[in-house]
Write a protein that binds this ligand. Structure first.
Ligand code: NAD
Length: 506
């Protein structure tokens, strides 16, 4: 790990930072009905810089009612796809034109390195453009039985979509749900993560400027167990799209069950990166470093377990640890920073406790604690453990920080067995120059997404989602359209009606 010379003077506070943010309901910025707020910390000094409205069930109900009115009476669900697409494209334009400001605020609030926050802001704009294109190009199924029947799908928005999002790359992940939900004609209530509410509060202005009708977008801030819970349990919210921890997903699943709600769940991961001896080691080292240390390691698809074939294990591990030590930890706003500050002191403590545990479970080769240069804030050294047994907790459990476990394997079968040996199944990365092996191993891995000789680069048309404890259902491309719409089948008889007559007049 390397650092600049950090000093308090190097800190950055964005200009015009708000010190209070409200909910946005029915086109108005409002406080909680009971006036409740919660404090939000910035991760570099862990000072409270913002008071955010803390929503209760009553605020959620108000937002759902506004969204319901906009759905039943407003123009949005009835507009042509092209008309909605124009609004979505304007949203994308505005997000792009403000990308630097968005990145600055996101980086300040979440601790993400500024260059990576900027990439996420642009990706958010791209999500709107993509779903604008998709709804215009959308075709639906039609089936004919010659001379007898025509059947077609009448696709309809579902109603009020409840969107619950986590604190890692918050603005981009919100866009990932907002764009398809509104593109398909639904109205929404968004409950963003309480650690990072700042960038979410920018949506209201962006949507107003783009011409989204009043009541289509509603935002209720608050604590998950209060505002999030009320949204999940609200009878007039027929679907919930949730991204967050697997444990929270289980709770939401149970709470949504009595209402038989539509659920899409994108949950935790402990994704393997498998490096075979025949791989391009330069590329594999670079990609697996980036795969776990980018976005501060707070990334659901992080390749946080690296499985390396025995023949190249020592070479790989030596090179990996040396490069990890050179990864630049720094202030989030510094464009040279590669790893910034973790989001919150509670999360910092969790990651640190795993690092302490790792010292007894594996061999510490890089990092291992707080960088000496940063006496405060949630800074963690990029940390590498080698020779980690598969039974170790740091091999099995999601740490969600800049910490990686490396384990050797001998055969393809063992690589697959180790890859599948956790409760998660989100992503996997395979490095080999053997074409058959690449595909066979990819197919044998229990993961929703596999990248072969590639970093995590995703085409927005492809399915996104995990299996096992990593999720339920897939979004991405037309699968998002499927999730946010009903497909009503309409059957028409052509010609004579062939009807068995009951109760025939004898
Ligand atoms: P979290 O589960 O603690 O919180 C996520 C959201 O759920 C927050 O808005 C929170 O307020 C809300 N929430 C909490 N309890 C709730 C409840 N009982 N009812 C309703 N809502 C509730 O997750 P987090 O710590 O914010 O995010 C990190 C996790 O998200 C990691 O596990 C990560 O892997 C996962 N994640 C997954 C993906 C994916 O696509 N698979 C993407 C990003 C993050």
């Amino acid at each position: 790990m390397s650092t600049d010379n950090p000093s308090a003077a190097a800190r950055h506070v964005p200009e015009d930072l708000p010190d209070r943010i409200q909910h946005y309901i029915d086109g108005e910025h409002v406080d909680s009905l009971d006036g409740a707020t919660f404090g939000v910390l910035e991760p570099v000094g862990n000072t409270t810089y913002l008071q955010c409205a803390a929503g209760s069930a009553a605020d959620v109900d108000r937002a759902v009612q506004a969204a319901r009115r906009a759905f039943d009476e407003g123009p949005w669900p009835r507009m042509l796809p092209r008309e909605r697409a124009r609004v979505l494209n304007r949203i994308a334009d505005i997000v792009e034109s403000r990308d630097k400001r968005l990145a600055e605020l996101e980086s300040f609030d979440s601790g993400l390195p500024i260059t990576q926050a900027l990439g996420q802001a642009r990706r958010a704009a791209e999500n709107f453009r993509f779903f604008a294109d998709l709804v215009v190009a959308q075709a639906d199924d039609a089936y004919k039985v010659p001379g007898r029947q025509v059947n077609y799908v009448n696709r309809k928005p579902v109603g009020v979509a409840g969107l619950i999002t986590p604190w890692n790359t918050p603005f981009m992940l919100e866009s990932w749900k907002l764009a398809p939900a509104i593109a398909t004609g639904n109205t929404v209530v968004l409950k963003p993560a309480e650690f990072t509410p700042l960038s979410a509060s920018l949506w209201a202005g962006i949507f107003e400027e783009a011409g989204l009708p009043q009541g289509v977008f509603n935002l209720v801030h608050g604590i998950g167990e209060q505002a999030g819970d009320a949204l999940v349990k609200h009878p007039d919210v027929p679907l919930i799209s949730f991204t967050g921890e697997s444990r929270t997903g289980e709770i939401i699943f149970a709470n949504a069950a009595p209402h038989l709600k539509g659920l899409s769940m994108e949950l935790g991961g402990k994704s393997p990166a498998i490096v075979f001896a025949d791989a391009d080691l330069d590329a594999a080292v670079d990609a697996t470093i980036f795969g776990v240390f980018s976005l501060n390691g707070e990334r659901c698809t992080a390749g946080s377990r690296i499985l390396v074939q025995r023949e190249v294990y020592d070479t790989f591990v030596e090179r990996y640890a040396a490069q990890a030590k050179r990864v630049r930890v720094g202030y989030p706003h510094d464009p040279t920073t590669e790893v910034g500050a973790l989001v919150h002191p509670e999360h910092f403590d969790k990651v640190m406790s795993y690092i302490e545990l790792g010292k007894s479970e594996g061999k510490l080769l890089a990092g291992g604690g707080r960088p000496a240069e940063f006496g405060e804030g949630n800074f963690v050294e990029p940390t590498v453990f080698a020779d980690v047994p598969p039974t170790a907790r740091i091999f099995q459990e999601e740490i969600f920080g800049p910490v990686v476990a490396i384990t050797p394997f001998d055969s393809d079968e063992e690589a697959v067995r180790l890859a599948n040996d956790t409760k998660y199944g989100l992503a996997a990365y395979v490095w080999t120059n053997d074409l058959k092996r690449a595909h066979n191993v990819a197919h044998a891995i229990d993961a929703g997404m596999v990248w072969l000789n590639s970093n995590n680069v995703r085409d927005l048309r492809t399915p996104f989602g995990g299996i096992k404890a990593s999720g339920l259902g897939h979004e991405g491309g037309y699968r998002s359209i499927d999730f946010y719409t009903h497909q009503q089948a309409v059957h028409i008889t052509l010609g004579k009606v062939h009807n068995p007559t009951f109760g025939k007049d004898a």
